[in-house]
Design a protein. Structure first.
Length: 241
C-alpha cells in the first residue's frame, strides 16, 4: 500500500493543490485536549480549523477537515496538525506515509450558497461554516508544518496563494465531541481562489533545532538554517494538513 501511494507522488515532487477553503481561528475553550506530541512545545495563539475542497491534487478532488495547533520544534515555529479527515483513500494514505499527518477517512460534503461556504461531516454532526464580509484580498505566504511520527520529527515547508475575504466562521460540534471546546463563532476567512504547494518533508537540522538527528533521513536534505517562517508570517494562517 505504501509503495503504491508513493508512486502517485514521488518524494522529490511537489504536492500541488487548488480549490477553496474556510479557515477559522478558534479560541481554546476550557478543557481543550491538546493533541501535540511530546517532542513539540505548545505556543500561544488560536487553534486553526480548516475546511477545504480541493478541486485538483495529485490524487484528484477531495475534501479535508484539519485542526492545527501553534507549536515549536527547537527554535522553529509552525503549525502541527493534530486532527485530520479526508474523503479520499489515496489522499489519506499519502498524508500518513509522506508527512506523518494523522489523516482519517470520512464521509463529508461541501456546499455553497452565494459566497457562504460550509463543510459538513454528517456522521459526526460537525459543521464548519464561513460567512465572508468585506473586500477580497490577495495573500501570498510561506507556511511551515511541524509533524512527528515513528521515524521522528518532520518539517514541511508550504507556499500559499489565495484570494480571501475576512469572515465570521462558525463551528458546530456536539458537546460530547473531542472538538467541543472549539465550538462557536470565530474570526476567520473564506478563500475561493486557493493554490497551495507542499514541499517534500525535511529532517530538522542546524542551529535552529534542538532535536538530535537520530533517525533515518527522509526527503532531499536537511532544512537550511536560514529557511525560516516566523509566527508573524504564520498569523496570516493560510492549512492541515
Amino acid at each position: 500500500m505504501a509503495g503504491s501511494a508513493l508512486a502517485w507522488a514521488p518524494v522529490d515532487d511537489l504536492w500541488r493543490l487548488t480549490g477553496e477553503c474556510v479557515v477559522g481561528f478558534a479560541r481554546r475553550g476550557d478543557g481543550w485536549p491538546s493533541g501535540l506530541p511530546s517532542v513539540l512545545s505548545s505556543l500561544p495563539g488560536p487553534v486553526v480549523v480548516i475546511g477545504a475542497r480541493y478541486e485538483t491534487s495529485p490524487v484528484g478532488p477531495y475534501l479535508e477537515l484539519s485542526v492545527a495547533e501553534p507549536a515549536r520544534l527547537g527554535l522553529r515555529s509552525g503549525l502541527c496538525v493534530t486532527s485530520m479527515a479526508v474523503t479520499s483513500a489515496p489522499a489519506r494514505e499519502l498524508c500518513r506515509q509522506r508527512w506523518d499527518l494523522p489523516a482519517d477517512l470520512a464521509s463529508m460534503s461541501w456546499s455553497g450558497e452565494g459566497e457562504e461556504r460550509s463543510l459538513v461531516w454528517e456522521d459526526r454532526a460537525l459543521v464548519l461554516r464561513g460567512r465572508p464580509k468585506g473586500p477580497r484580498l490577495p495573500l501570498m505566504a510561506p507556511l511551515r508544518s511541524l509533524q512527528t511520527g515513528p521515524s521522528g520529527p518532520l518539517v514541511i515547508p508550504r507556499r500559499l496563494r489565495a484570494r480571501l475575504r475576512l469572515a465570521v466562521v462558525e463551528l458546530q460540534v456536539p458537546a460530547t465531541d473531542r472538538l467541543a471546546a472549539l465550538a462557536g463563532r470565530h474570526l476567520g476567512a473564506v478563500s475561493t481562489g486557493l493554490s497551495m504547494v507542499a514541499h517534500p518533508p525535511r529532517r530538522p537540522a542546524g542551529l535552529l533545532s534542538s532535536i538530535p538527528l537520530r533517525v533515518p533521513h527522509l526527503g532531499p536534505g536537511p532544512e537550511p538554517a536560514a529557511a525560516t517562517a516566523t509566527m508573524t508570517e504564520l498569523r496570516a494562517y493560510g492549512s492541515v494538513g
